[in-house]
Design a protein around this ligand. Structure first.
Ligand code: NAD
Length: 339
């Protein structure tokens, strides 16, 4: 691939900064512009990464015909608007999860992207993580027989800032959605129903937004399999991401909490280090997903994570939120027909 995709990044916060770093490093892309409503942040990062242009006005990016692709890492409630405009102006799109904050918006943006033939990849980076990727290959090769149970654990060490929580969609939509996506992917099945529980255990401010800091979703799959996904903001000890798939002939465990393969033995005990945060745990995955996006743009191919995947995961997250609020099991086909 000799061509470089001229790319702009929207949103330079906790994750967008790392996307900008990865675009700047990519051999298949050229980071030509940065956009953040916080102009100072855009200016500082443009200087650090030697990016020729920065702005706090998204329109400048859309009106620039030289820009072929955009990476959208702004807050989830801004995705619909930025995606609509990027699609209308002919840009290829990499958008962070969740696709949109609202499910109706997700259905609508899917139609818009399809009618404009827009290439759009959704940021479910776990699919590109070497451990999840190896697990997928072993499951599809039949190494554990038929997958019958999924378990996902997604625990953040702390809650994000309150202004983020306000526009995050809540724990099921913001965090558990990663497990809903990877569950569909690893189990090779759609989720047919969910039951959910949740509680505020540590961050009382979440009550203002009807959000929780700890949740559990039980899933039933169309294949007859079952599973559960725990999401938490309360893992004081570190960033704890694990999964397990039980099959009829074996089981696969993904993730072991360790940042380095080091173990320290003293008279006080046996210790190892712990992964601190998402940029550290998913360094490779964030880089690999963008590399694959640029390949897709250059080859005009279909992304490995599609808009359809983004919509499906959001449907499960919506159903899980409804199940939590009503205390009732939610059948996904009925939940969607109510919309
Ligand atoms: N895949 C993952 O592991 C992962 C991890 C964290 C966040 N995310 C997703 O990334 C997105 C951003 O999350 P974050 O934690 O980085 O948020 P953040 O609040 O740390 O950063 C968001 C940035 O976007 C800027 N911004 C706000 N509105 C904007 C607009 N209209 N145009 C351009 N910039 C704008 C803000 O000034 C801020 O700098 C969210 O959709 C979130 O769900 C994904």
């Amino acid at each position: 691939m000799s061509k470089k995709v001229r790319t702009a990044v929207f949103g330079l916060g906790r994750l967008g900064y790392w996307h900008a770093v990865n675009v700047a490093k990519s051999r298949n892309a050229e980071l030509v512009a940065l956009c953040d409503v916080n102009l100072e942040a855009a200016e500082k990062i443009a200087a650090e990464l030697d990016v020729p242009s920065f702005t706090n006005n998204p329109e400048e990016i859309f009106q620039d015909d030289q820009i072929e692709a955009v990476v959208v890492a702004s807050p989830t409630n801004t995705h619909f608007d930025l995606l609509s405009k990027a699609s209308a102006t002919g840009k290829a799109i990499f958008v962070e999860k969740p696709l949109t904050i609202d499910l109706q918006e997700a259905f609508e943006i899917k139609k818009i992207l399809e009618s404009n033939n827009t290439i759009c990849q959704v940021g479910f980076m776990r699919r590109f993580d070497p451990a999840y990727d190896a697990a997928k290959k072993r499951i599809d090769a039949g190494d554990i027989g038929k997958p019958i149970y999924f378990r996902g654990i997604s625990r953040d060490p702390v809650a994000p800032h309150e202004s983020f929580i306000e526009h995050s969609g809540g724990l099921f939509i913001d965090v558990a959605i990663h497990d809903f996506d990877i569950a569909r992917y690893l189990m090779n099945s759609e989720v047919s129903s969910v039951s959910s529980h949740g509680r505020v255990l540590k961050y009382p401010f979440m009550e203002k937004y009807g959000d929780v800091d700890q949740s559990l979703t039980y899933m039933e799959f169309a294949t007859g399999a079952a599973g559960d996904a725990e999401a938490s903001r309360n893992a004081y000890y570190g960033y704890d991401i694990r999964a397990e798939v039980i099959g009829t002939e074996g089981s696969i465990f993904i993730g072991n909490l360790r940042q380095h393969d080091i173990q320290v033995l003293t008279k006080a005990g046996n210790t190892h280090d712990i992964l601190p945060d998402f940029p550290t745990r998913f360094t490779d995955a964030y880089s690999l997903e963008l590399e694959d996006f640029f390949r897709v743009v250059i080859e005009k191919a279909v992304p490995r994570v599609t808009v359809e995947d983004g919509v499906k995961a959001l449907e499960i997250a919506y159903a899980a939120t409804e199940a939590f609020k009503t205390g009732q099991k939610v059948d996904l086909s009925k939940a969607m027909s109510r919309l």
